[in-house]
Design a protein around this ligand. Structure first.
Ligand code: XUL
Ligand code: CO
Length: 436
């Protein structure tokens, strides 16, 4: 069965003059930029939860999304979703996908039943992957939606909950092996606290660190070692989440000796919730050699929570893609659209239109970033700005040859310092020329 009749067999690049809504205006997958195709640079992935299971409901209203994959029962719907999902992936020529365990299969009446359902659905997914060559970027376990996880999963006060979460992750790693997942993600949905009045933060963090080590050990045991990723987010659903931002998460990974196996999965809207830009978070991760993968979306400056809007801001994607280029690429990570259609975009075709704008926005970002890199725009700017460290006393500081006495001597004998303006307004004006 075909689920998206209104969409052509393949969405292709037609340029900005096209009147076809189901066409790329900027993303030209095979076009080579800086020695790699756009497709290789961008490594786009689709998120199962937003694309297949999200129903458009919000705290004030019931589901609105019109979808044609509902079956007679939950299992039939789950199977139809796999078909429809691979149709979208193929139509958009997207090579990767991501999912939570509960997105793909009904949880049933028991853990046993859930695991059995997962086996059936992952068999079907594997078949589709083999037929199409589409690959699993990452999977994860949803350990935050069910009421048992009200106090967290690996940071829960209840050890039985911890064990249940472990059962989900064990299965998740087995699925990752079965589907040859490149990465395995942990987003700490409710790993945080509401109030310190009744929370032992140190104990909870020790526990979740133990949990991550158990996951690494089990992956080794079953002889499948995906890149593990932690996804920071400062708040929502918990008032305070432990993996607040990239820097906090790196401190955690270092403290608990997890940096060898873990990198970061950074999400744009999580960055802005933490009071950072997306670029700041990616740059921070790069400084720790820990840039793993990206969750692409954007927030709204007028709204203070995680709205997972599809990216359309070329300023942000340009700076994000500049960091990715500077990183030498993002593989084995990718750019996963952790983005959802607005409630008012409830028709099924909107799912493709939304991904098209997201992919085009990143394609434009890539083009502009490549040009900025070729022109050494930021390199020259920074080289000039830090020039004082390349000779004389600056060189001595960098080489570790200066001490407080020699620096004080220098200051005493060199009089008042002449500082220079940053001309940041001029820099921004020049940068704008790259964006349009
Ligand atoms: C929630 C979020 C998740 C993770 C995976 O804000 O980003 O979808 O990406 O659990
Ligand atoms: Co995410």
């Amino acid at each position: 069965m075909v689920y998206f009749n209104e969409v052509p067999e393949k969405v292709v690049y037609e340029g900005t003059t096209t009147k076809n809504p189901y066409a790329f205006r900027h993303y030209n997958p095979e076009e080579v930029i800086l020695g790699k195709t756009m497709k290789e640079h961008l490594r786009f992935a689709l998120a199962y939860w937003h694309t297949m299971t999200q129903d458009g409901s919000d705290p004030f209203g019931s589901p609105v999304n019109q979808r044609n994959w509902w079956g007679e029962n939950e299992m039939e719907t789950a199977k139809n979703r796999v078909e429809a999902f691979f149709e979208i992936l193929q139509k958009l020529d997207v090579e990767y996908f991501c999912f939570h365990d509960i997105d793909i299969a009904p949880t049933g009446d028991s853990l046993e039943e859930f695991l059995a359902n997962l086996d059936v659905i992952t068999d079907l997914i594997k078949e589709k992957m083999d037929q199409t060559g589409i690959k699993l970027l990452w999977n994860t376990a949803n350990m935050f939606s069910h009421p048992r996880y009200v106090n967290g999963a690996a940071t829960s006060n209840n050890a039985e909950v911890y064990a249940y979460a472990a059962a989900q992750v064990k299965k998740g790693l087995e699925i990752s092996k079965k589907l040859n997942g490149a990465n395995y993600v942990f987003w700490g949905g409710r790993e945080g606290y509401e109030s310190l009045l009744n929370t032992n933060m140190g104990f909870e963090q020790d526990n979740i660190a133990r949990f991550f080590h158990l996951a690494v050990d089990y992956a080794k045991k079953i002889n499948h070692q995906p890149q593990f990723l932690l996804e920071p987010k400062p708040k929502e659903p918990m008032t305070h989440q432990y993996d607040f931002d990239a820097a906090t998460t790196m401190a955690f990974l270092q403290k608990y000796d997890l940096t060898e196996n873990f990198k970061l999965n950074l999400e744009a809207n999580h960055a802005t919730l933490a009071g950072h830009t997306f670029q700041h978070e990616i740059n921070t991760a790069r400084n720790y050699n820990a840039l793993g993968s990206l969750d692409a979306n954007q927030g709204d400056p007028l709204i203070g929570w995680d709205i997972d809007e599809f990216p359309s801001n070329i300023y942000d994607t340009t700076l994000a893609m500049y960091e990715v280029l500077e990183n030498g690429g993002i593989q084995p990570g990718g750019i996963n659209f952790d983005s959802k259609v607005r409630r008012t975009s409830f028709e099924q075709g909107d799912l493709l239109l939304a991904h098209i704008v997201g992919m085009d926005t990143f394609a434009r970002g890539l083009r502009a970033a490549a040009k900025l890199k070729e022109d050494r725009f930021f390199d020259d700017l920074k080289e000039k700005r830090y020039a004082s460290y390349t000779t004389g006393i600056g060189q001595e500081i960098v080489d570790g040859k200066a001490d407080l006495e020699s620096l004080a001597d220098y200051a005493l004998t060199h009089g008042e310092i002449k500082t220079e303006s940053n001309h940041l307004e001029y820099v921004k004006s020049l940068l704008n020329d790259y964006l349009v």
